[in-house]
Write a protein that binds this ligand. Structure first.
Ligand code: EPZ
Length: 419
């Protein structure tokens, strides 16, 4: 298993370029199942989860052609509309093929995604939403089987709580359902809006994406399209915090500043300078320890849960005590024990982490537990005095493209050790 070896204490300088969004690319790839015509997606990040999703699409019968940074998908005939366990177990987001497969072929058999380090990750809301569109769904032997032999019909969906991939799943089913579908309490994440943009380019009739009510008029079929995936706002936020925690001066390029507004405000309150640096770019500078500022994670446009661990790493060296409250997932503080090994002073009380800032961190051997926790450990190690080793960086490879190369190009002393 690969490890990262990091020597901390060097302020990052120069540029950190952001790749395409993993969490926009995953539903976009699933959406290609909705048409027999070819769809070309640009700025697909070559990360592990994307490779897994492409393997899954190929398994169902789609043709996949990689070109540099672009992917061409042709789902002319889908002879195996299913997502087998050995593919799903490595990537939860495979539930995203449930809606497209049942909408396109009338049948879908998807292995129930297991839980993961951050929580149980059920898909009950995906299932009840698809049932409202007329799918008959059974769950047995660890699989969800959805059938709609007469096709899907439009309906009124209202999610009990906001679900990003639940919104995406039912949106992809609704575009081919007969009649109108209204999705209430829909997720407003930029990745949902990006998916809607792709579906509209494919001929879907969608209004209100990005708001909490989405209206869809079903159509007979969709056609091919070309689409460029939005930048990864979580990678952008991770880089902003890397600049701040190392007291550096960095331009984060190829990003969408609007998508990281909640983080920008918090970082400015804590004392970092965050300024526009031209189209699609932000410049982040910081001197000295940040002021402790509380944060509560919320659905977009609130503070992203996927940036909570990285923000906490910065708060471990703050002046004062900050309260970090996680409202989305039930177990997303796995990084705190590993941060404590580097000298962080954190107390967990229910959904709240109380972070007492310390003047410095010291390098240590730590283990990554999930994708964003691993990013938090990298940020802490870039600050810590001395050397750190981070084990199980395969978690990082699921969602960050060549992160050690990007960070090293900005001055970080980081190398990948391959066993
Ligand atoms: C998406 O996960 C993202 N993944 C996650 O990013 C992100 O953390 C999450 O949204 C929240 O923003 C992708 O987009 C591929 P949810 P998703 O459904 O859709 C509960 C990363 O690091 N829930 O919005 O699975 C659920 O357990 C990943 O890139 C149900 O109870 O999250 C959670 O507590 C991690 N029943 C809450 O809702 C359901 O049917 C929000 O989950 C669905 C969800």
């Amino acid at each position: 298993m690969d490890k990262f070896q990091i020597t901390g204490g060097t302020p990052l300088q120069g540029e950190l370029p952001v790749s395409g969004s993993k969490n926009a690319a995953l539903p976009a790839l699933a959406a290609c199942l909705l048409t027999a015509e070819p769809v070309t997606l640009r700025r697909i990040p070559p990360v592990k989860d994307i490779a897994t999703m492409q393997k899954l699409l190929a398994y169902t019968g789609a043709q996949i052609d990689q070109q540099d940074g672009s992917v061409r998908i042709e789902a002319r005939s889908l002879d195996r509309p299913e997502a087998p366990y050995d593919v799903v177990k490595t990537m939860r987001a495979s539930s995203l093929v449930l809606g497209p497969l049942v909408a396109r072929t009338g049948v879908a058999r998807v292995s129930m995604p297991g839980g993961c380090a951050i929580g149980a990750r059920p898909i009950n809301m995906h299932i009840s939403a698809l049932e409202l569109l007329g799918a008959e769904i059974e769950q047995s032997h660890g699989y969800v089987e959805a059938r709609a032999p007469q096709g899907l019909r439009g309906g009124r969906v209202h999610f009990d709580r906001i679900t990003v991939t639940g919104t995406e799943d039912v949106l992809m089913a609704a575009v081919l359902a007969r009649g109108e579908t209204i999705i209430g309490n829909a997720a407003r994440e930029p990745e949902v809006t990006d998916l809607a943009d792709l579906l509209i380019a494919m001929g879907a009739k969608i209004e209100g994406a990005g708001s909490s009510t989405i209206r869809v008029q079903g159509v007979e079929r969709l056609h091919g399209a070309e689409h460029t995936i939005i930048p990864d706002r979580i990678e952008a936020g991770t880089f902003m915090l890397a600049a701040a925690i190392t007291e550096g001066d960095v331009v984060i390029s190829n990003c969408n500043p609007e998508h990281v507004s909640a983080l920008t405000v918090k970082m400015q309150q804590a004392g970092a300078e965050v300024a526009d640096a031209g189209p699609g770019a932000l410049r982040v500078r910081a001197h000295g320890r940040p002021t402790a500022i509380d944060v509560t994670t919320e659905e977009y446009p609130g503070f992203a849960t996927d940036l909570q661990a990285q923000y906490m790493a910065w708060m471990t060296i703050a002046q004062g005590i900050s309260f970090v409250t996680e409202t989305i997932f039930e177990n997303r503080f796995m990084h705190t024990q590993e941060l404590a090994r580097m000298g962080a002073n954190i107390r967990i009380v229910g959904r709240q982490a109380i972070v007492a800032g310390e003047p410095e961190l010291t390098g240590a051997q730590v283990i990554a537990s999930d994708l964003r926790a691993s990013a938090s450990l990298v940020l802490a190690a870039l600050r810590a005095r001395g050397q750190s080793t981070i084990d199980r960086v395969y978690h990082m490879d699921r969602g960050y493209e060549r992160i050690e190369e990007k960070l090293a190009a900005a001055g970080a002393r980081i190398t990948r050790l391959t066993d």
